[in-house]
Design a protein around this ligand. Structure first.
Ligand SMILES: Nc1ncnc2c1ncn2[C@@H]1O[C@H](COP(=O)(O)OP(=O)(O)OP(=O)(O)O)[C@@H](O)[C@H]1O
Length: 309
């Protein structure tokens, strides 16, 4: 787990709110007072019930939608409009159907570096296709690829432009469980190799624990908020096969599921003024470390020893 001490986060989201009918007081904002930071190289997941505004937040970070209030500052500049500095992958792969997998990735690479020579563009694109295990399928057209392979091409294309920030909107949502697991492993390896900064929406608690440094938990809308930030304190060398054996795993998993099932309704006990709330950072919790402490607590070790056969 990397501990970040820099005071200037790479991405700073401050007082963000979205109202679809700003002039109509009867229509409350979808979300409000959304504050969080993302540091360079961090992988951040956001989880919350359907309709709380996750995709809207991602689209605002991508520059594809505008906030009603508040702003996002990336690398010292306010996010306004789309940019190749931010790569986006949606649930549907959005490949150009008449181009091969390689040509689809090359298309992104050429847009990002128009002066790159053709053989450099190809080598660069192949490097990322190899990373997602598609080197051999590089010349196939999208209709010749499975759903999982198409999504891999989309991921290769997004990583290949080496954006400052990658925004993933449920990229594996439409895939079967087996394919999803394989691509999660690949993504984990790529992220560990590139230290790419990622903001990802997922509905899958296990996916979030596997991939994220921290998970933003969103309360229900309307007036949804980031209710809590959960630090995933598991060591970074995670694998899908071994993660369940870590004593922290179930504590973190239970914490996330408990939030979604029991605690996602907005709190009515926040007495801070509207202005205070607009700048209030969500509490940060580390349920994994609490589990580790209780494991090393002499009282618990005693119980474990007594109950051993
Ligand atoms: N163009 C629009 N006009 C009016 N309301 C909208 C518009 N787009 C989204 N909304 C509403 O804003 C809310 C948030 O939508 P959003 O897609 O961001 O939620 P989400 O958390 O990503 O949902 P899901 O998990 O189902 O994808 C929803 O209640 C939705 O109906």
């Amino acid at each position: 787990m990397t501990v970040h001490h820099d005071l200037n986060p790479f991405l700073q989201v401050e007082g963000l709110s979205k109202t679809y009918q700003p002039g109509n007081a009867a229509v409350p904002p979808v979300f409000e007072h959304v504050n969080f930071d993302i540091h360079q190289g961090e992988f951040v997941c956001i989880i919350g019930h359907s309709g709380c505004g996750k995709s809207t937040i991602l689209n605002i970070l991508a520059g594809l939608d505008d906030a009603t209030e508040g702003y996002a500052i990336m690398n010292g500049k306010q996010v306004v409009g789309p940019s190749l500095e931010r790569g986006v992958v949606f649930q549907s792969h959005a490949l150009l159907p008449w181009l091969s997998a390689l040509n689809n990735v090359e298309f992104g690479v050429r847009s990002r570096w128009p002066k790159k020579k053709p053989d450099e563009v190809t080598a660069h694109a192949m490097h990322y296709l190899d990373m997602v295990g598609l080197g051999k399928a590089a010349h196939k057209k999208p209709h010749e690829l499975s759903g999982g392979m198409k999504q891999r091409v989309g991921i290769a294309r997004a990583f290949a432009i080496e954006p400052q920030m990658l925004l993933l909107d449920e990229p594996f949502g439409a895939l079967d469980a087996l394919t999803r697991g394989t691509i999660q492993d690949e993504l984990l390896q790529i992220v560990q190799a590139t230290r790419q900064t990622v903001f990802m929406i997922t509905h899958d608690v296990d996916e979030a624990i596997l991939l994220a440094d921290k998970v933003l938990l969103m309360s229900h809308g309307p007036r949804a908020r980031i209710a809590e930030i959960v630090e995933i304190t598991l060591p970074r060398n995670r694998t899908r096969a071994s993660i369940h054996h870590d004593p922290q795993y179930y504590a973190i998993r239970n914490h996330l599921v408990d939030f979604l099932v029991n605690r996602a309704s907005p709190s009515v006990t926040n007495h801070a003024s509207d202005v205070q709330q607009r700048h209030q950072q969500p509490p940060v919790v580390r349920p994994g470390l609490a589990a580790l402490k209780s494991e090393t607590n002499p009282a618990n070790i005693h119980i474990l020893q007594r109950s051993a056969p």
